[in-house]
Design a protein around this ligand. Structure first.
Ligand SMILES: *Cc1c(COP(=O)(O)O)cnc(C)c1O
Length: 360
């Protein structure tokens, strides 16, 4: 069986070249007589893997030296609680912008630790856009302001980086990190579960301005204290070593392909094509306002929802997998992260056109 085009939102497709290399190194990494999964995280071999991965990520994102890059466990959802635990300090208020289901979850979790002010929300309109910053009502004394730059379920993405002045900007970049260049210096903290655009699930990347250290609540578990993990090189306890290694291979793959400028061009082209196909059709539609459409997750619905099952089954027959929309929204969703080649989007567009011809 050959590999399919996998449109899964996460865990998502990884570059085939990365998987091939990992397969080749599975039982013996560079003549160490053991695979990466079996190496001590403190061994020279693994330390070199870890350091190279961090250096490559720093290079890809041009991470300034005053930021720590952490390779942690727990997923983005654990960060929902760990962020207020680590960043609140002597403040009590935090600002959140609610643009969809992931923001909503982040707000709910943060509410256990802080007084959350929802500075803006697009919930009333069905989360189909990002509220303009001019409409936000923020606290002046917030410990930070949290956004979800790409809502993976709704397919809603910020077309701008908010200016939050002296208030640190915190961003859940799980489904958009590495899709294009990023000015890290505009953020206090960036976090991402790896399983969308970085590597396997089980790894969470946190990039944090070190000037935010020293504010952690005393109850913060050491393994989730950013400052302590930074001081220990993310090895205060056993890190997710295999995920870290695969992420490192993905970073190399990105560099070989021209880095994030090249990714930006490729991702923009893929997304534009798919939205153009949806917009020019009288059968498919996407509910998101044009300025807030995600490059990574493209939800769409058929003219008749009774066709959904048939659409999805036919897609599988055509080698187009995991197009079912999130259970909460229904319809279809094509996740087209870095590892989705343009040929996959082309195949999807052809399939959609043929399905419309016979069902529209
Ligand atoms: C997938 C996702 C999450 C949840 O990640 P977990 O690793 O499952 O906790 C949170 N935020 C966004 C934007 C996501 O896409």
């Amino acid at each position: 069986m050959s590999r399919v085009y996998n449109f899964s939102a996460g865990p998502a497709a990884l570059p085939e070249e990365v998987l091939q290399q990992a397969a080749g190194e599975m039982t013996d990494w560079r003549q160490n007589g053991a695979g990466v999964m079996e190496l001590s995280h403190r061994s020279k071999a693994f330390m070199s893997i870890a350091e190279e991965a961090e250096a490559d990520l720093r290079e890809l994102l041009s991470v300034p030296d005053n930021y720590a890059v952490l390779f942690l466990q727990g997923g983005a959802s654990a960060q929902f609680g760990l962020i207020p635990m680590n960043l609140l300090g002597d403040k009590t208020n935090v600002d959140y912008v609610n643009t969809g289901q992931w923001s909503t979850k982040a707000i709910k979790e943060a509410s256990k630790f802080a007084a959350v002010n929802v500075a803006a929300s697009s919930e009333a309109g069905g989360f189909n856009t990002v509220p303009a910053q001019s409409e936000w009502t923020t606290f002046t004394d917030a410990a930070y302001l949290h956004i979800t730059p790409n809502e993976t379920i709704g397919g809603v993405e910020y077309g701008f980086v908010p200016d939050t002045g002296a208030v640190p900007l915190v961003a859940d970049m799980s489904s958009t990190i590495l899709s294009r260049p990023l000015d890290v210096s505009k953020y206090g903290l960036i976090y991402a579960g790896a399983q969308k655009n970085i590597g396997p699930s089980g790894l969470t990347v946190v990039i944090v301005d070190k000037s935010l250290f020293g504010k952690a609540a005393t109850i913060t578990p050491d393994a989730f204290n950013y400052q302590l993990q930074a001081a220990a090189g993310s090895m205060l306890n056993t890190p997710p070593t295999y995920g870290w290694y695969i992420a490192g291979l993905v970073f190399k793959w990105l560099k070989q392909r021209g880095g994030l400028d090249a990714m930006q061009q490729a991702n923009k082209r893929k997304a534009n094509k798919l939205y153009a196909a949806i917009d020019s059709s009288s059968y498919y539609s996407n509910p998101v306002t044009v300025d807030s459409r995600s490059w990574m997750n493209v939800p769409f619905i058929c003219g008749d929802s009774k066709h959904d099952t048939e659409f999805l089954a036919g897609a599988v027959d055509a080698g187009l997998h995991s197009l079912k929309g999130h259970r909460s929204v229904g319809g279809m969703r094509a996740s087209i992260y870095n590892a989705m080649p343009e040929s996959g989007v082309d195949s999807l567009i052809s399939y959609m056109a043929e399905f419309e011809r016979t069902h529209g």
